[in-house]
Design a protein around this ligand. Structure first.
Ligand code: PRX
Length: 635
C-alpha cells in the first residue's frame, strides 16, 4: 500500500529503486491494489522498442469508467467529481457529484449507442470546456469507442483533417462557445469542416450559447432532448488492457498531424498514480488544472487521473484575462483550490500585470503549484513562487509529452527540494538517459544531451493512428532501444534534470551548443522585457548566429532601442558568456504562437534567415497578423 503515496525523499529513492530494478513486480503491485479489474492480466509487460511493440497488463479486462466513476459510488457518491466554473463569473458554478456523473455519462453513452457507435469506432469531440466535454470522453470509454478530441480553437481545416485521418462518423459539438468577452460559432466551423468529411453521418449539438445555428436535416441533432430521453444506466463494455482508449493529435509542427494512440490499462494506472503523487492529492482537496481538455494535460490531469483517484476536479471555461487579470485568483479563492496546475505562458502573461490583481484575493488554500508545457524562465518561476505561492507552496515543474501520456520528470511536492527551472527527478518507474550525437549514453552528472527514455512505462503511446512506421521512425530510430523525446536536457551536479527545449531549437554557434531557453531566460530578466524568442540564422564565420525577437513591457517602449540592445547583450554575456550574444535584436509586438501557446520558431527562423518565400501554413496560428509585422521590420 505504502508505495502508492510517496511522502518523503528517502521513500522516493527507495520506491524509485524498486521500480527500476523490477518494473513488472512494481507496476503489478500498484495495479493490483488500486484499481478494479474484471479479469487480472496474464503478463505484466512485453516490449520491443525495435518494432516498436509495447504491451502492459496483457490479458486483463476492465473498463476505465468503472475505475473513474462506479467504484466511487458507495463511498463518494455525493462528493463533487467535476466542479464547473463558467466563463462568466456571474453565472453559477455547477457541482457534479460522482453519482450525477455516473448518470450523465450513462445517458450520453446510450445516446452514442443509439446513433450506431460501437466498440472500436472513433468519435470526434469538438466541444468547449463545458461539462459535456468531460462527460463525452467518459461516455466513449464506457462503450469502448475511441475518442478523438480536437481542441475547440482549431480551424475547420484542422478539424476536417483530423476527422478524416481517424475516420470518425459521429461528431459531438456545441452551438458555440464563450471565451472571455467573445462568443465563437463552433457549429459553423464544424459545418465548414464537414464539407470535406463525407464519412460523418451524425452531429450531436450541445446548447451552450442559445445560438442560432443551421441544423442539417438527418445529420444534426440537439443533444439535450436525446439525453433527457436516454436510459440513465449503461452497462460498461468490457475492454482488453491494450484496446485503444483515445487518439489525440499532437499540435502542428510540420506535415500531417500525428494521431497518438493511447490504450486503456497502462494509461489508467500511470495517470492515476502520477496524479496522486505529483499533486499530493488528499481526499478533501479541490484540484484545478487550467488546461483545456483538448490537450493531453486535460485528458490525463483534468479527467482520467483525478477521477481515478476520486478527486474533485475543476473545469474552467474561461480565460485568465476575463473579466480581468485577477480571474484565476478569484476562482482559487472562490473554490478554495488546493492544487493549481497551469502553463508558464499564462504565468508570464499574468506577471506583466499589476500585483493588485493577486493581492486582493485570499490564496491561502493553495498547497501545490504546478507547471507544464514548456520551459519556465527563472523570473517567471520566482514571480509564481513569491506572489502566488507566497513561498509556501512548492512548485512542481512537470515535464512530459502527448506521447508519454503522463508526467515523466517532476518534483514531488513536500518531498523533492525544488530548484527554479528544473523539472528535477524522474518520476517512479521512469529511466531517463542523456545521449550524445553519436548515439552513446552520457553518464554521470553535470552533463547535457538528448533526452531519451530507456524502458517502457505504462502510459507510453502505442502507435500513431494509421502509421506505425512513422511512429517507429519518429521516436525509436534515432537511438537503438530508446524512446527519443526530441528534447534536450541537462543533468546537474545532484542529478536534477533541466529541460533545455526541443533539440531542434538548439543552435550551434561557433561549435558551441546553445539552448534557446537559457538565453531567453536571461533576456527576459531584463526589466524592460516581457518575452523573447531566439533562433539561429546562417553566419559566414560562426556557422550560426543568434537572432532575437523581443517584446518590450509597456514602459520599455519609450527606451532608446540601441541602448536596450546593448543592455540585453550585456546581460546575456553575464549570464551565459559572450558566445551567446545576439547578432540581431528585433523589437516586436507579438510572437507567432500556436493555439496551445507555443512559439512557432520555424517561422521566426525563416524570417531571420531572410527566407520568407515559403513560410508554410500560418492559418493555424493564434495571431497570424503578427507575422507580417515581423517581416516588415526584420533586420
Ligand atoms: O519540449 C517539451 C515541452 O513540451 C513538449 C511536449 O509538448 P506536448 O506534447 O504538447 O505536451 C505538453 C503537455 C504535456 C515537450 O517535448 N515541455 C512540456 N513540459 C515541459 C516542457 N518543457 C520544459 N519543461 C516542462 N515542464
Amino acid at each position: 500500500m505504502s508505495n502508492y503515496h510517496i511522502k518523503h525523499l528517502e521513500e522516493y529513492y527507495q520506491v524509485y529503486r524498486k521500480s527500476v530494478r523490477n518494473p513488472e513486480a512494481f507496476w503489478e503491485e500498484i495495479a493490483e491494489e488500486h484499481f478494479v479489474w474484471r479479469k487480472k492480466w496474464d503478463k505484466v509487460l512485453s516490449w520491443d522498442f525495435s518494432k516498436p511493440e509495447i504491451k502492459w497488463f496483457e490479458g486483463a479486462k476492465l473498463n476505465i469508467t468503472e475505475n473513474c466513476i462506479d467504484r466511487h459510488l458507495p463511498t463518494r457518491g455525493e462528493k463533487t467529481a467535476i466542479l464547473f466554473e463558467p466563463n462568466d463569473p456571474d453565472e453559477e458554478a455547477q457541482r457534479i457529484t460522482y453519482r450525477q456523473l455516473h448518470e450523465r455519462v450513462c445517458r450520453m453513452a446510450n445516446v452514442l449507442k443509439d446513433h450506431g457507435v460501437k466498440k472500436g469506432d472513433r468519435v470526434c469531440i469538438y466541444l468547449p470546456m463545458i461539462p459535456e466535454l468531460a462527460i463525452s470522453l467518459l461516455a466513449c470509454a464506457r462503450i469502448g469507442a475511441i475518442h478523438s478530441v480536437v481542441f475547440a480553437g482549431f480551424s475547420s481545416n484542422a478539424l476536417a483533417t483530423r476527422i478524416n485521418d481517424s475516420d470518425c462518423k459521429v461528431v459531438l459539438t456545441s452551438d458555440g462557445s464563450y471565451r472571455g468577452s467573445k462568443t465563437i460559432d463552433l457549429k459553423g466551423i464544424v459545418d465548414k469542416a464537414l464539407e470535406e468529411c463525407p464519412g460523418v453521418h451524425t452531429v450531436l449539438v450541445a446548447n451552450r450559447i442559445n445560438g442560432k445555428v443551421e441544423m442539417k436535416e438527418g445529420r444534426d441533432k440537439w443533444l439535450q432532448p436525446l439525453l433527457d430521453e436516454a436510459y440513465a444506466d449503461c452497462v460498461a463494455e468490457i475492454m482488453n488492457a491494450e484496446d485503444p482508449l483515445f487518439i489525440l493529435y499532437t499540435s502542428g509542427s510540420t506535415g500531417r498531424p500525428k494521431g497518438m494512440v493511447h490504450t486503456t490499462a497502462g494509461y489508467m494506472v500511470y495517470t492515476a498514480y502520477t496524479f496522486k503523487n505529483t499533486f499530493q492529492y488528499r481526499e478533501e482537496d479541490v484540484y484545478w488544472c487550467t488546461a483545456d481538455i483538448g490537450w493531453i494535460t486535460g485528458h490525463s490531469y483534468i479527467v482520467y487521473g483525478p477521477l481515478a483517484n476520486g478527486a474533485t476536479t475543476v473545469m474552467f471555461e474561461g480565460v485568465p484575462s476575463y473579466p480581468d487579470f485577477g480571474r484565476f485568483w478569484q476562482v482559487v479563492q472562490k473554490h478554495k483550490v488546493n492544487q493549481f496546475y497551469t502553463a508558464p505562458t499564462a504565468i508570464r502573461a499574468l506577471a506583466k500585470e499589476n500585483l493588485d490583481f493577486i493581492d486582493k484575493y485570499d490564496l491561502s488554500s493553495l498547497k501545490v503549484l504546478g507547471l507544464v508545457g514548456e520551459p519556465i524562465n527563472e523570473e517567471a518561476w520566482h514571480w509564481y513562487n513569491n506572489n502566488v505561492g507566497k513561498k509556501m507552496s512548492p512548485i512542481v515543474d512537470t515535464w512530459w509529452q502527448t506521447e508519454t501520456g503522463g508526467i515523466m520528470i517532476t518534483p514531488i511536492p513536500y518531498v523533492t527540494p525544488t530548484t527554479p527551472t528544473y523539472a528535477t527527478l524522474p518520476f517512479i518507474g521512469i529511466q531517463p538517459a542523456l545521449m550524445d550525437e553519436e548515439g552513446k549514453e552520457i553518464k554521470g552528472n553535470q552533463v547535457s544531451g538528448r533526452l531519451c527514455i530507456k524502458f517502457p512505462w505504462p502510459s507510453i503511446a502505442r502507435t500513431i493512428w494509421g502509421d506505425h512506421n512513422r511512429y517507429r521512425d519518429t521516436y525509436f530510430s534515432a537511438y537503438k532501444n530508446m524512446y527519443f523525446t526530441g528534447d534536450g536536457a541537462l543533468r546537474d551536479a545532484v542529478g536534477y534534470y533541466r529541460i533545455t527545449g526541443r533539440v531542434d531549437d538548439v543552435i550551434i554557434v561557433s561549435g558551441h551548443n546553445l539552448g534557446t531557453a537559457p538565453i531567453e531566460d536571461s533576456i527576459n530578466e531584463h526589466p524592460a522585457v516581457a518575452e523573447s524568442a531566439i533562433v539561429g540564422f546562417p553566419h559566414d564565420i560562426k556557422g550560426n548566429a543568434l537572432y532575437g525577437y523581443v517584446i518590450l513591457k509597456e514602459f520599455g517602449e519609450t527606451r532608446d532601442r540601441e541602448n536596450l540592445r546593448k543592455e540585453i547583450n550585456q546581460q546575456i554575456t553575464e549570464h551565459i558568456g559572450p558566445i551567446a550574444k545576439l547578432d540581431k535584436i528585433q523589437f516586436v509586438t507579438g510572437l507567432p504562437k500556436t493555439r496551445s501557446g507555443k512559439i512557432m520558431r520555424r517561422i521566426l527562423r525563416k524570417i531571420a534567415s531572410k527566407d520568407i518565400s515559403n513560410l508554410g501554413d500560418t492559418s493555424t496560428l493564434l495571431n497570424p497578423e503578427v507575422v507580417e509585422e515581423i517581416i516588415e521590420n526584420s533586420l
